[in-house]
Write a protein of this length. Structure first.
Length: 207
């Protein structure tokens, strides 16, 4: 088993894994043939996530999969939308690393707003979050996702953990169910439905 934490020089590889794992999402928001451009966009996104308290766990060297997670979802969200986080994007924009059309920005914002508007679950105030798990297509169904998820949950600790998964992603749904997550509700964005799943903390027998 080869697990390690991502560093800055791993972000290009993480972005490559993302675009290969989620081609439908990339094509929907950015258009066909946009993988290289989207990978450049994802580097400052993952940089901001890591600076906001999220961790990215990698499997393999070179990496073939990752899990991005946080043990304090509320705090990470606050930092994500802070002025310092915005500076990361501005710096990348100035350097010419971000090439994104106004119509794409509008679509992304609209999608996020729609997801928040349709969210039908009141989340626990103290919670961790599985933000993203992705594997190269050639490495799926080999148990790597379970290894990454188990380690992330171990590090998040015994508390509520939330995630969202597409209903058509049956393999991921079964993985999360086997790890103790249960379906609590749903939401949707411009691309379709998300299932909201939560893993409750394990209570001590003395409680």
């Amino acid at each position: 088993m080869s697990l390690r934490y991502a560093k800055q020089n791993d972000l290009a590889r993480i972005a490559e894994i993302y675009t290969q794992a989620f081609p439908g999402s990339v094509s929907f928001y950015y258009g066909p043939g946009s993988d290289a451009r989207v990978q450049k966009l994802l580097i400052p996104s993952f940089t901001t996530l890591m600076k906001s308290g999220a961790r990215v766990l990698l499997y393999g060297d070179p990496a073939v999969g990752y899990c991005c997670y946080t043990d304090n979802d509320s705090q990470t969200n606050r930092k994500l939308f802070s002025l310092s986080s915005l500076k990361n994007y501005l710096q990348a924009l100035i350097k010419g690393n971000l090439v994104i059309k106004p119509s794409e920005i509008s679509k992304l914002i609209h999608s996020q707003l729609q997801m928040k508007r349709h969210y039908d679950v009141d989340l626990p105030p103290i919670r961790g979050r599985i933000m993203s798990i992705a594997l190269l297509p050639s490495e799926q169904s080999h148990g790597i996702g379970k290894v990454l998820l188990d380690q992330a949950l171990l590090e998040i600790g015994n508390q509520h953990v939330v995630l969202e998964v597409r209903p058509e992603n049956e393999k991921a749904y079964r993985l999360y169910k086997s790890a103790g997550f249960s379906l609590r509700g749903s939401t949707r964005d411009l691309l379709g439905c998300w299932l909201i799943m939560i893993k409750d903390p394990i209570k001590n027998s003395s409680e």
